[in-house]
Design a protein around this ligand. Structure first.
Ligand code: NOJ
Length: 758
């Protein structure tokens, strides 16, 4: 292929090559007819196709199946489900001639307010990365490409085209990049879409560090980078940074700038060749595969059934005090407009012209359930009418159970803007409280793309979160409510008690020019755990109609060496009377150290299916990288030696099993030793600790290290912590001054890398 591409490039004019670097229109790359290079169609994405109709406007899309949106799909905690979803979307894409599906969208949910959270997976990069990789494999196995987006640090809609996401390198590396890193390394997406925003002042579309140094050189990405639609600021700068394709293409204005820059000698033509070559590589790959796809047909009815069964696997049973599952002969009242018109997808570029939408009410009626319906409140706005409220409360009082279908109206959350608060419409909160006061079997079903405050949680019996479950969500809700499907989703994000508790509450969405990510790596549960805060429902939480117990947890070794690995096993038993699915979550807790770290971080998870009484053993492989944080001084991932903990749990706050793990490594963080090095740094480093202790035995008394009678030795050492080495001279006088050079030499010898020692 490479030689074919070189040949093509050699035959192309500069204008043709520059032209290839921008779209022909909204959804196509340019063809080079005289050389037989076809155009390639791209299409949103991510949870169903939004493919422009032949001859239709940009917003007129073909009928396609709307699968569970990212928020819901992530709640499956199941890469296999994402693979299935990807495969189904990939097959539809192949049948209609799409070359690249614009997804998955893996931006981290920094605040519940981000208008686009419904499209994104998680607050946790490990979960988001594993799911993204599976989705990509699913799509690409069909011979269709993907565009993982939005690279990077695009966690708000407010001023998304210009705002700068400012953060430390550590925060970027630990939280905002790893989902991309995992997906690129494990699933090799054909393309990456850069985001609109700036990162520390530099547009993503011009960010060489991101687009070239990290993406290509470090992670080995070989596809092409496209811009988000309209994300290009300076085209030539972007090209040099590694942005290959501009979308949608601005009518060729920027192609001319590229040509002019080459002619003026300010841009090397080889840069254009590289970008055009990368685009050609994918376009030709697609053309090859498209040949094999001729005759592929859409199976919308089949995909609808798949979407409905996926929706059931994505639902999260948040609370159940016994009202669920409902029984066929119970008299149940359904309240809330979402029962009849479920909200199942979000607004903006991911909006699918859905094939068939099923409501829970229609599904219940089709199955002959004893269900009465009172609208109570509309699904599309915050409206309260006392007559409807009275009807709903009376019906609830006279029924065996009341199910309130609540959620966010479409106008509350969408691409393009953020929410200002985290509340449901007031009418809904109000009616839920009134129904709960008269009916002990009150169940709330939620249709939202992001967490909402649930002030009534303690007053209702059960809460079932469907997120935005795609067009089959009604059928899925019905099956879950009546126990014909088992709830097995887990929360991919913390549901806080209130907005004011969220990590970036004070900084979100910034001042319009800059969003300061001051919470650093403490995003989501990393924050709530570090602050030991109560939350409504924790990350990873989700109930089942059965129960699970863990036993025989073990490590293949309690010691992990730097280049080694340890197998962690645990046996999971279904201890209840029904089939169910459990998600085993493995978190790592670091040793206490000088670098502030979250108390624990998700590193692995596995979903298992078990019949009543059945058990299975789950095994994970833990390696050094699982223990690491990103050390800015080193410019690399680093795990310090010490005592780690492996936590195995049902959720981030329900951890029945803790296993100690001792990590050894010869690598140490760099430590500069001079007269100004704080004594605390030397005491904490096992290479220098004993040398400094010997010094303190001699001079520490004079420096206050023994603290005198008034304070403890520990307190004295704490006082010592920030003192520079030169303090020993200030307090110890000539004798200490004479000892200092020898001490410095000994310390420097101890910290010198092994290979430099003679
Ligand atoms: C802008 C959105 O941010 C992106 O996700 C989408 O793929 C493009 N528009 C194309 O619709």
């Amino acid at each position: 292929m490479q030689s074919a591409i070189s040949e093509l490039l050699a035959q192309m004019t500069l204008e043709e090559k520059a032209g290839l670097c921008s779209g022909a229109d909204f959804w196509h790359t340019k063809a080079v007819g005289r050389l037989g290079v076809p155009a390639m169609m791209v299409s949103d994405g991510p949870h169903g196709l939004r493919t422009q109709k032949e001859g239709g406007g940009v917003n007129e899309s073909i009928t396609a199946v709307c699968f569970p949106a990212g928020c819901a799909a992530a709640a499956s905690f199941d890469p296999e489900l994402l693979r299935r979803e990807g495969a189904a979307i990939g097959a539809e894409a192949r049948a209609v001639g799409v070359g690249v599906v614009l997804g998955p969208a893996v931006n981290i949910k920094r605040s519940p307010l981000c208008g686009r959270n419904f499209e994104y997976y998680s607050e946790d990069p490990c979960l988001a990365g594993a799911l993204a990789a599976a989705y990509i494999q699913g799509v690409q196995d069909q011979g269709v490409g993907t565009s993982i987006k939005h690279f990077a640090a695009n966690s708000q809609e407010y001023r998304r085209l210009t705002c700068s996401s400012n953060m430390t390198e550590r925060t970027l590396r630990e939280i905002y990049l790893p989902a991309f890193e995992t997906a690129v390394k494990e699933a090799a997406p054909w393309t990456v879409m850069c985001s609109y925003n700036r990162i520390n002042g530099t547009y993503a579309s011009e960010n060489k560090t991101l687009l070239t140094d990290i993406l290509r050189k470090e992670w080995g990405f070989t596809g092409f980078v496209m811009s988000d639609w309209g994300a290009v600021a300076d085209r030539v700068r972007g090209l040099c940074a590694g942005l290959d394709l501009e979308m949608p293409g601005c009518g060729g204005v920027n192609d001319q700038k590229i040509v002019a820059a080459v002619r003026a000698g300010t841009l090397d033509e080889s840069v254009v060749d590289k970008a055009a070559g990368r685009i050609l590589n994918i376009v030709l790959r697609h053309a090859d595969l498209a040949g094999a796809a001729v005759g592929a047909e859409l199976d919308l009815a089949g995909d609808h059934a798949k979407a409905a069964s996926m929706a059931a696997e994505c639902a999260v049973l948040l609370q159940n005090r016994g009202s669920l599952p409902l029984k066929q002969d119970q008299r149940v009242v359904y309240i809330g407009g979402f029962a009849d018109a479920p909200r199942y997808q979000g607004g903006g570029s991911s909006h699918v012209n859905s094939f068939r939408v099923e409501s829970a009410l229609a599904a219940a009626r089709a199955r002959g359930r004893a269900v009465e319906y009172v609208e109570g409140f509309p699904a599309d706005r915050d409206q309260r009418e006392e007559s409807e409220f009275l009807k709903a409360v009376e019906a609830a009082e006279n029924a065996d159970a009341a199910v309130i279908f609540a959620g966010l109206p479409e106008s509350f959350e969408s691409e393009g803007y953020d929410r200002r608060h985290m509340r449901l419409p007031d009418a809904q909160n109000n009616l839920i409280a009134r129904v709960a006061a008269v009916q002990k079997n009150t169940v709330v079903v939620l249709h939202t793309g992001s967490p909402v405050e649930c002030p009534w949680a303690e007053d209702v019996s059960a809460v079932l979160c469907m997120y935005l479950g795609g067009e089959g969500v009604g059928r899925a809700t019905d099956a879950l409510l009546y126990g014909e499907a088992e709830p097995c989703g887990r929360l991919p994000e913390t549901w806080p008690l209130r907005l004011e508790d969220t990590p970036c509450y004070l900084d979100y969405p910034g001042d319009g020019r800059t969003a300061y990510y001051r919470e650093g790596v403490f995003v989501g549960y990393r924050w709530y755990d570090a602050r030991k805060m109560p939350v409504r429902w924790p990350f990873g939480h989700g109930l089942s109609y059965t129960g699970f117990v863990y036993k025989s947890a073990s490590l293949s070794s309690t010691d992990l060496a730097e280049d080694g690995s340890v197998q962690v096993s645990v046996t999971v038993r279904n201890s209840g009377a029904r089939f169910g699915r459990e998600v085993v979550q493995l978190y790592i807790a670091p040793p206490e150290n000088a670098v502030p770290r979250p108390p624990k971080e998700l590193r692995h998870f596995a979903k298992v299916s078990l019949q009543p009484g059945e058990e299975t053993t789950v095994t994970f492989t833990v390696t050094r990288r699982d223990l690491c944080y990103y050390d800015e001084e080193l410019g690399d991932w680093y795990a310090e030696p010490g005592e780690y903990k492996v936590l195995l749990g049902h959720s981030s706050r329900n951890i029945p099993t803790v296993l100690p793990l001792h990590y050894t490594t010869a690598h140490r963080r760099p430590l500069t030793v001079d007269e100004n090095t704080p004594i605390g740094d030397l005491l904490r480093d096992d290479r220098t600790a004993s040398i400094v202790r010997t010094m303190l035995t001699r001079f520490g008394g004079l420096m206050g290290a023994n603290g005198g009678d008034a304070i403890t030795e520990e307190a004295g050492l704490q006082m010592m912590d920030g003192m520079p080495l030169r303090s020993m001279v200030a307090f110890g006088g000539p004798e200490a001054a004479a000892a200092l050079p020898g001490l410095l030499a000994a310390l420097r010898g101890a910290v010198r890398p092994r290979e430099e020692r003679t």
